[in-house]
Design a protein around this ligand. Sequence first.
Ligand SMILES: [Zn+2]
Length: 464
Amino acid sequence: MIIYNTLTKKQEEIIPINAGIINMYTCGPTVYHYAHIGNLRTYISEDVLEKGLNFLGYKVNRVMNITDVGHLVGDGDSGEDKMLVASEREHKSAYEIADYYTKAFKDDCQKLNIKWPDTVSKATDNIEEYIKIITKLLETGYAYISAGNVYFDTTKFPNYYELSGRNADDLMVAVREDIKDDEAKKNPFDFGLWFTNSKFNNQEMQWDSPWGRGYPGWHIECSGIAMKYLGERLDIHCGAEDAIFPHHTNEIAQSESYLGHKWCNYWVHMGFLNDLNGKMSKSSGEFLTVSLLEEKGYDPLAYRYLCLNSYYHNSLTFSYDILDGAKNAYTKLLNKTKTLKDEGTLENYESYIDKFKDAINNDLNTSMMVTLVYDVLKDDNLSGKTKRYLINEFDKVLSLDLLKAQDNTIDLELKAYIEEKIALRNEAKQNKDYQLSDQIRDELLAKGIKLVDTREGTSFEIIK
Ligand SMILES: [Zn+2]
């Protein structure tokens, strides 16, 4: 598979360290608030990447962290811990805040058909990992203690600017606002590995360490969790574009200084969600969440459809007009896929599977994957059975519920009623009571429910 690697600034073939297996780490959310749909775009892209790799036959070992401590308001260690701000805002403990917003994030992922990664680990569950790494960084001179805190000395790591591809002066201008107010640092880009009471004495989440009671910095959490679960070498590390500096830059610096060798081969970054005026965030304009979209009558999967129609690496512009366009297109698409009849023979599907793999291979070309769904629908040479087969295969990656749509549109009570009738009819057929079995079929048909018998069993269609 070809992917754009931020580290080398070019598209490259992914060659896994262990054949057939991909070790993939994705930065998780800081659980101090609901996720913005712009954040969720990153998780949608990562989900498609994982499923795309699966489709190509790779086993993916994916790990994600949940940041529930140590992420300060300013990325350059300024301001308070975001969890603390939330706990003051909502008069709850930091642990309650973390539980609540972790659940909210999980619900959002479910609504957007984002698979929950196999391994998800909370930052607060891995304190001993960070202490182990920081201890060695102090011993080897990569870290120093100042004003009671432990900092990483960025001047000791020669490749510090490789990932961002920007020089110190340039970065200084970009992050000036963030880095100015921690005078304990020797160099402006040095970052906190461990903070003690000297930083904030009202921090609720604290642990004992060789450097005093305190808590870890945000960056060390991802390095610690990634190494704990995926070992010393990563194939792919993903995240949002704005994590390149300082977060991922700092992860590389501390991990490679600790390990003494290269840590991760491919760095994959997801573009921003912009509005018509520029980058969207929690602080600008309306706070766009999945729940808000639902309240306004949008299926969350219409948003997923919108995201899939753009290249993950580019910025995507959001407006309600654009979302309306995606919603209409997605609804029309569902109307076509859900009326596909399971008839004819399964044949001539191989070339479409190849084209779909090509789209994945080509730097995760999701809009091409969506186009292939339309191509299949339009192709008169394919039987209904083949079309359904192909769309079902594609949807393993796209996860747009293209064939499940019919079930979603009827209420659960009706569905349970029909399934009960189908079971009764099966029983009648088994007892060779064909009169009863036909009677059940006709009863349902009179109610606008048509039963369809296939080799796999009986399904149903709502026909009026
Ligand atoms: Zn991270």
